[in-house]
Design a protein. Sequence first.
Length: 301
Amino acid sequence: MSKEIIITGANGGLGLWTTKFLLDNGYTVIMACRDVAKARKQVYEFGQFALAEKVKIVHLDLADFESIRKFVNECAPENNAYFGLICNAGLTYSGQTRFTQNGIEETFGVNYLGHFLLTNLLLSRFTIERVFMISSALHDPALKSPFAKAVFRPVNEMAFPAATASNAAQKTQEFYATSKLCQILHAYELDRRMNKDGVIRCRVNAYNPGFMALTNFGRTHKRFERLGRWIIYLIGRVAGFTVSAHKSAGLLVNHFTNSTVSRKYFDLNKMTKSSADSYDQQKARELWAGSEELVGQKFEY
């Protein structure tokens, strides 16, 4: 019997390559995607594997609590057990603040809160051996970067931020970085709640996939953007700050398959420390409690 793995946002870039390498390792992969038709098209155009292989494409919209609950209810695994869950889906945008169907700022709602609900609904019903949260180096406020920094705020302020105008671009960058910090806070808190008294029930870790300039993530489709990304990628390859989705996915699958640790942070090929904020247990508890209020459900382990 093949081991089943759920991966969100599997229809492009890192997610698509991760699916390929998981299939190569003999897993059955559930590609959880918002647009099933688009996902099928991407799979056919990708050409690295066929739908006849051990892959299922299932609808999941992380911006909609009802869609998340429907996905969990309709995707019961064999023997009530999944081998793993990879929370990969994510978005960023520019311009005026956008909101999910539940009225929550879209970056916080999809990148973090949708995964919070999905992960905990699955764990409340099924056994899962391992969970990986796909984060970003931008989760660390101490990182020297031209982008806005992560700022942990009261949960309702992150979910329902004040309207932005003159500094909209900076605020949306902050939304993204903060959502990635929240993913790691969630991963570490989940480990603390599930793995008590030396008993490992589920290995929960986070992964920074690096800067993948050639994926569709964050594309604005402006003129000459594709050329610009290629230039950044080539310069980055020489300078060592960019990575291909192919290489990053291979490293992720290696960690996911072989790691025996939990509550750890992997930066491409190495296990290292995440940001100081990510280890703040008070922030993690506040985030957990506030998230339960937002989704209208408590999770006890």
